[in-house]
Design a protein around this ligand. Structure first.
Ligand code: ZN
Length: 265
């Protein structure tokens, strides 16, 4: 019965998007599966593409969130479509999101590199590795003709440094990361800061999760397994619940996206 209601609400939102927030209850959580469409993200040695792995993860996170807490879960895409980085945070701002979680998988030239790391925004990267990850995730901006240039980003970041959202992003990152530690036997690469374009301008706590290395053959296998995807998604949800202070299981509301419907490659 609840499923029917959800489907009805999704259909209604699709037809009348402005009316949608009237149904909101609990926090508005935007889950952002990275990349999509012509932007595959990182590609593993076995051919797995980041855009597909993170979409599966994000859908699972949304499903579990809906089961666990009263919330309005919005996805930036539910299909294989390209969405500019700046549009993803703009979507979260427009919808009055309380949280923004961008989901990615990592890649490195060294195929032995493994483990997970959680980022929040800062102009100064924590270290060279954090700088490398941000450069990789930002590179689509060049092909997508981003509206913001380096100076704009720096100004926004200086402003952001004093906002509560920034402080809370750090707390959200820690909660999600600790939960990932609990759920995963894999290497802990830590909570880090770096200048990710997709996090710039977010007016709510915003983080980017690198859920493992798709460039590592063993981790590529894990990341493409439904079982492991479920574990990672559980960990992310647990971290979000730790941050929001919600623990009780309760029915959720709705899942929808700004992405157009699935397009076959
Ligand atoms: Zn990515």
């Amino acid at each position: 019965m609840r499923k029917c209601l959800s489907i009805f609400l999704i259909a209604l939102w699709a037809a009348f998007p402005i009316a949608y927030p009237a149904f909101a209850a609990g926090p508005v959580i935007v889950i952002d599966p990275g990349h999509g469409g012509e932007d595959t993200g990182a590609v593993g040695p076995g051919g797995a593409e980041e855009k597909n792995v993170v979409l599966s993860l994000a859908l699972k996170v949304a499903e579990i969130l809906n089961e666990r807490i009263p919330s309005t879960v919005l996805l930036t895409r539910t299909g294989d479509v390209f969405i500019p980085l700046e549009e993803r945070t703009a979507f979260a701002n427009r919808n009055g999101a309380d949280l923004f979680v961008s989901i990615h998988v990592n890649a490195a030239v060294n195929r032995e590199a493994s483990g997970f790391e959680t980022f929040f925004l800062s102009f100064d990267a924590t270290d060279d590795d954090a700088r490398r990850v941000a450069a990789f995730e930002n590179r689509i901006v060049k092909t997508a003709e981003a509206k913001t240039d380096g100076d704009d980003i720096q100004l926004i970041l200086l402003d952001l440094a004093n906002t509560e959202a920034h402080h809370e992003s750090s707390r959200l990152a820690e909660n999600v990361h600790l939960s990932m530690l609990k759920y995963s036997g894999r290497e802990n690469r830590g909570v880090k800061q770096a200048p990710f374009t997709v996090l710039v301008g977010a007016t709510m706590p915003a983080i980017l999760v690198e859920s493992g290395f798709i460039s590592n053959p063993a981790e590529e296998k894990l990341l493409t397994s439904k079982k492991e995807q479920g574990r990672i998604a559980e960990a992310i949800v647990d971290g979000i619940m730790g941050f929001t202070g919600t623990g009780a299981k309760a029915p959720g509301k709705d899942v929808t996206s700004i992405g157009k419907r699935t397009r076959k490659n």
